[in-house]
Design a protein around this ligand. Structure first.
Ligand SMILES: [Zn+2]
Length: 167
């Protein structure tokens, strides 16, 4: 870690201690060249991802919330809960690996859509209808029709669930 005062790379850790909740480690460092002291924080990557909503509002990322919207999309679909769990974990890992702590809600929506596409067509369409803001039932049915082999008679139910998802 480079010294913030003189830029020297010769800094040493004097002291390391975890924060109270053990999610960060605080390190006190000293510069061997100028004697400057500074503190760095080491944070686990399962950390505060912040979601930036379309409105610009920032909210802490919440895995449970993500899981809930995925489950709404998957309602009554024959998908093993374990696969759902793995899918959500995969999405969270990808978000964490993006290297940014600020994540646009569109990015999350996109990842969820991609993942659902491989998991269940109907759930994919349900989620996509919200993500793409298809509020018209007509648009929704058109999208359903594009995916051959999905149960058309579920259309009304699907529109209902998409409204529930839409805040
Ligand atoms: Zn220095």
């Amino acid at each position: 870690m480079r010294c913030p005062y003189c830029g020297s790379p010769n800094t040493q850790v004097k002291d390391s201690r975890p924060s109270e909740d053990h999610t960060t480690i605080r390190r006190r460092r000293v510069c061997a060249d100028c004697g400057g002291r500074f503190t760095t924080f080491e944070r686990v990557q399962l950390r505060e991802l912040t979601v930036i909503k379309r409105s610009g509002r920032r909210i802490p990322f919440d895995r449970d919330k993500l899981m809930r919207s995925v489950q709404i999309a998957l309602r009554k679909r024959p998908v093993d809960p374990e696969r759902t769990e793995r899918m959500v974990s995969g999405i969270v890992r990808r978000l964490e690996n993006m290297g940014e702590s600020d994540i646009h809600s569109e990015t999350i929506g996109h990842l969820v859509m991609e993942a659902l596409k491989g998991l269940d067509d109907v759930a994919y369409v349900r989620f996509a209808s919200v993500y793409k803001n298809f509020r018209e039932a007509k648009d929704f049915e058109a999208l359903l029709g594009e995916l051959a082999g999905t149960e058309g008679e579920d259309g009304e139910d699907d529109a209902g669930s998409s409204n529930a998802l839409d805040d």
